[in-house]
Design a protein. Structure first.
Length: 374
């Protein structure tokens, strides 16, 4: 699993001159229940001519040694329940960072001065931390879901009031019993509402989903505070004893729709603001310029975009072109800069939000845009 803090550490890692091998692997199993990452890895290794003379066990190349270190880790440490891997290995040094992911990522290998973080940023920025509340008149269950995993689960037990059998013995009338059951439900719901408050405070979910029968959920909602009610984005039916897997499967389509809605909203807002020339920018050159001036609040970028740019060797400014002189200081501009990676990194460093959207939706604005702070 990946946390924001882990991602931040990767982004802020200081270079020591050694290059970094970044590897992303799709570790999901195919229809034959097999993983195929090794085919990808050997193919990519054959792209490095210097590895031809490298020998297993006697690495003459730092890159060969790094790949071997990764393969050992995959054999010994990979948890088979996961579906993705991100690994960063220092060439000619010991530093290694491996992250197991519950979701598949696209296969990718890169060697650069710093770890390539864009696919991780996309995961962390895209997925929400969902709080799920299952309720009936006597039970409360709370789950915290992140990237298709249950990261926390709790159940509140209650001490039910006397059952009908006990009631008869105690001599209560049916009417009294009914009244007592109502009183009991109110009592439990008040208690449950306090538990939900505590859950929200401790686990800080981005949003909440209420599950149960229509009647129970509607009644329970009345006991929730205004701030909790505002966080509820989805209400659905579910059995109180549904397993976490059943809950995740049931909610997956709703969560997916929520992500699609958010993507569409971000693109619409960008388009609207560009149309009004109001606090927005489009295209690589302009967005890059605003980003370097710290003015971008939300970077909206097409998924799987590959754009090459340059960097001025004197003032360090990034440019959406390669070669020539720097327009700021006249310095020489290098090429071969992965512009998407640089922009995503810069946005993260500035605490700007990053939204990844389908490439087709951003075509007419040049594949990238930014909502500006001012
Ligand atoms: Zn310059």
């Amino acid at each position: 699993m990946i946390s924001r803090e882990q991602l931040q550490n990767l982004i802020e890692r200081r270079t020591n001159g050694n290059r970094i091998l970044s590897v992303y692997l799709d570790m999901s199993v195919n229809a034959e229940n097999k993983r195929t990452y090794d085919i990808f890895l050997s193919k990519r290794k054959s792209d490095f001519p210097q590895l031809d003379s490298d020998r297993a066990g006697h690495h003459r190349e730092a890159l060969g040694e790094a790949f071997a270190r990764l393969e050992t880790w995959l054999d010994e440490e990979f948890d088979q329940s996961n579906r993705g891997v991100a690994a960063f290995l220092e060439l000619g040094g010991d530093w290694t960072e491996t992250i197991q992911l519950p979701l598949p990522v696209e296969n990718r290998v890169a060697v650069d001065e710093r770890p390539v973080v864009t696919p991780l940023v996309e995961l962390v920025e895209r997925y929400h931390h969902h709080g799920v509340i299952l309720v009936d008149r006597e039970h409360l269950r709370m789950l915290s879901l992140y990237m298709d995993q249950t990261v926390y689960e709790a159940e509140v037990e209650t001490q039910p009031y006397p059952t009908p059998h006990d009631v008869k013995r105690g001599g209560f009338s049916a009417k009294d019993f009914q009244k007592r059951k109502e009183e009991e439900a109110r009592h439990f719901f008040r208690e449950f509402a306090a538990e939900v408050e505590r859950f929200d405070r401790l686990h800080r979910p981005d949003d909440l989903t209420l599950l149960g029968t229509h009647e129970n959920v509607r009644k329970f909602e009345e006991f929730l505070s205004e701030s909790i009610r505002k966080k509820v984005v989805h209400i659905d039916r579910a059995e109180i004893d549904a397993t976490p897997t059943e809950v995740r499967q049931k909610l997956a389509p709703a969560f997916e729709r929520q992500l699609e809605r958010e993507e569409a909203e971000a693109v619409n807002l960008l388009r609207e603001r560009i149309g009004q020339s109001h606090k927005a920018v489009a295209g690589f050159a302009e967005t890059l310029e605003q980003l370097q001036e710290g003015k971008v609040e939300t970077l909206i970028i097409a998924r799987d975009n590959q754009v090459s740019g340059g960097r001025c060797g004197t003032c360090n400014f990034l440019l959406a072109r390669t070669g020539g002189d720097c327009p700021y200081c006249g310095g020489e501009v290098s090429d071969g800069i992965d512009l998407v990676e640089e922009m995503v990194r810069m946005a993260e460093e500035q605490d700007a939000r990053v939204g990844f959207v389908a490439a087709s939706t951003l075509q007419d604005v040049g594949g990238v845009g930014g909502l500006l702070r001012f």
